[in-house]
Ligand binder design. Sequence first.
Ligand SMILES: Nc1nc2c(ncn2[C@@H]2O[C@H](COP(=O)(O)OP(=O)(O)OP(=O)(O)O)[C@@H](O)[C@H]2O)c(=O)[nH]1
Ligand SMILES: [Mg+2]
Ligand SMILES: [Zn+2]
Length: 226
Amino acid sequence: MEIILTEDVLSNNNEAARFNRDLFRKKNTLTINIMSSPGSGKTTLLEKTVADLAGKYRIGVIEGDLATQKDADRIRAAGAKAVQINTNGTCHLDARMVAKVLPEFQDDEYDLIFIENVGNLICPSSYDLGQGRNITMLSVPEGNDKILKYPVMYQRTELVLLNKIDLIDLLDFSIEEAIEDLKNINPSSRLIPVSARKGTNLEEWYAWIDKAYEEWTKAQKELETK
Ligand SMILES: Nc1nc2c(ncn2[C@@H]2O[C@H](COP(=O)(O)OP(=O)(O)OP(=O)(O)O)[C@@H](O)[C@H]2O)c(=O)[nH]1
Ligand SMILES: [Mg+2]
Ligand SMILES: [Zn+2]
């Protein structure tokens, strides 16, 4: 299916987000937008995820960074298709940037496309990319206070992956406090503690993906029969 971008689509963010969402629906692709501060471990998690789930899902990755191809190179080395967006200074991805790279995915079928947003806890959550799901990573060295200090990010997420739990004994991070804070500002979200580097508890993350994918395909079928 050829993907054609028009001036209309690229005229504003909401138009582009609608275009992306329609396209992901038509192609049966669940997209998961991952946000966090710089260096929390998003790419490390995706390297593991694309390798571990390669037999189960056809996975693509869109990488957002101000500059360099470094993250896309890491994903390719881990075995998945990856396209790098360079925002050239902009501190978030927007739907137009995503729309512009979608033709690079048109020759294959994808069950899942992960979008790694620019590392930033502030504005990425304000831009609809047309994604299916929004998740946020928090890492132990960032400290417990981030959930309450950056509330908009954590209010707009349905899952918090708490990464780098292998470092928990070196730092004064309390998982219980993080769960409590999250419950207070966003009761419907949940937290999964992981270590992307060591592979700890990634099965819980993979179970979340399975459930999200199941719900997504079910919702698509219901839309088709309407
Ligand atoms: N100890 C520990 N280090 C980790 C873990 N996950 C990632 N790291 C390290 O954290 C650093 C940053 O990891 P990245 O995966 O590049 O983080 P990122 O969120 O993709 O970073 P940006 O794309 O720059 O925002 C690297 O040195 C990783 O090896 C983890 O679970 N435990
Ligand atoms: Mg990265
Ligand atoms: Zn921004």
